[in-house]
Ligand binder design. Structure first.
Ligand code: SF4
Length: 365
């Protein structure tokens, strides 16, 4: 199949893979259930039509790969609370603006006069801190292993420049503990994982070695239709084997060790902690808090902003959707009260959220 990847087109590759799919479905007596962990893969499967092509044999389940979606409600509320503080500028990536907190959103706070600024990179938040020395700039750190190294660089830069008004609220997350949690749930029958390509660039194939102890088929795959089909083909073939290993089908960007530079930045600037995830609750060793050496830049220590008990959005199923236990079609609000124009939950806000992807590509089928 690897050999055919570049020579064939996707229909030809599918024809080669189909006997494996058929045989394995007959063996287990149902469709195969593979989880695409990353939101970019969810979009790619829908957008390219590969999800439809595989539908007779494979149920593709979208997983916890959208950082905005897995951010706990209490963290969202805390971020929104910063926006209400005097002399505070909140700097955030655009996908956080409309995420509903218990009582408000960053966008609504901005409309009421809060200084909330959208930045394209964390380093722009450092520029804001330099530009407005009499105000405190709080950067909202939301993202996985891919995003956190860039934020780590800003901490180093702020320290080097002696900035005293730059802060980070870190809700960064590590992906592997979420997969462990899913595999520990015996009611959640998963036959294999398509692992997130971008996270794998940072943590390498070695970062997933815990999956091998569980003997679960897993592939690190790319995003074009041939990559997607190849991932499914290899997962299906591995299902027939006794010993399953994590396969790197994306060697053009993912190495065995990952990025040493990024890993060093992470370990120098962050400490791994137990962290709360939407839907999952607290997961051990799944979050990045600021390292004690950078405590001076920790918004959670230095910027006061009280929040009350978080309340969940009534009827929203995002907590189950990020675990792949329900699909957007299970939510009564999907496409009615909740749309990308008027999102009620984070899975509809983020362009990589499962509800948003299903609204754009799966709703009318
Ligand atoms: Fe939440 Fe909207 Fe998705 Fe329903 S459709 S789960 S309300 S984001």
């Amino acid at each position: 199949w690897m050999k055919h990847r570049d020579a064939a087109n996707s229909k030809e590759l599918y024809r080669l893979i189909e006997p494996y799919l058929r045989r394995n479905c007959a063996r287990v007596g149902r469709k195969l259930r593979f989880m695409e962990v990353c939101g970019t893969h969810s979009v790619a499967f829908s957008k390219t039509g590969v999800r439809d092509l595989l539908a007779p044999y494979v149920e593709l389940i979208s997983g916890p790969g959208c950082p905005v979606c897995v951010t706990d409600q209490q963290d969202i509320d805390q971020m929104i609370a910063y926006a209400g503080q005097k002399d505070v500028i909140v700097a955030t990536f655009g996908d956080m603006l409309c995420v509903p907190g218990s009582r408000s959103t960053l966008e609504r706070e901005r409309a009421k006069g809060a200084d909330v600024r959208v930045v394209n990179s964390a380093s722009q938040a450092v520029r804001l801190a330099e530009e407005f020395p009499s105000r405190d700039v709080v950067f909202l750190g939301v993202g996985f292993e891919t995003t956190a190294p860039g934020v780590a660089l800003t901490l180093k830069e702020a320290a080097l420049k002696g900035l005293r008004n730059y802060y980070v609220y870190s809700a960064h997350k590590r992906t592997p503990p979420a997969l462990d949690s899913l595999l520990s749930d015996e009611s959640h029958r998963l036959d294999g994982f398509i692992l997130p390509g971008h996270v794998s660039v940072i943590i390498g194939r070695n970062g997933w070695s815990h999956l091998e102890k569980r003997n679960v088929p897993a592939v690190i795959g790319g995003f074009d239709p041939m990559d997607l089909l190849l991932s499914i083909g290899i997962l299906t073939r591995d299902l027939e084997r006794k010993r399953r290993t994590v396969r790197n089908l994306y060697p053009r960007v993912v190495t065995q060790e990952g990025s040493r530079t990024a890993q060093q930045l992470l370990s120098q600037c962050f400490e791994v902690i137990d962290a709360p995830w939407r839907g999952f609750g607290s997961l051990q060793q799944s979050g990045y808090a600021l390292h004690r050496n950078y405590a001076a830049y920790d918004a959670s220590i230095h910027i006061e902003a009280a929040v009350s008990m978080p309340t969940v959005i009534k009827g929203c199923r995002c907590g189950e959707i990020v675990k792949g236990k329900e699909s957007p079609f299970d939510c009564k609000l999907f496409g009615k009260a909740c749309t990308p124009v008027q999102p009620l939950g984070p899975c509809m806000v983020s362009s990589e959220g499962t509800c948003s992807t299903y609204f754009r590509y799966e709703r009318t089928k």
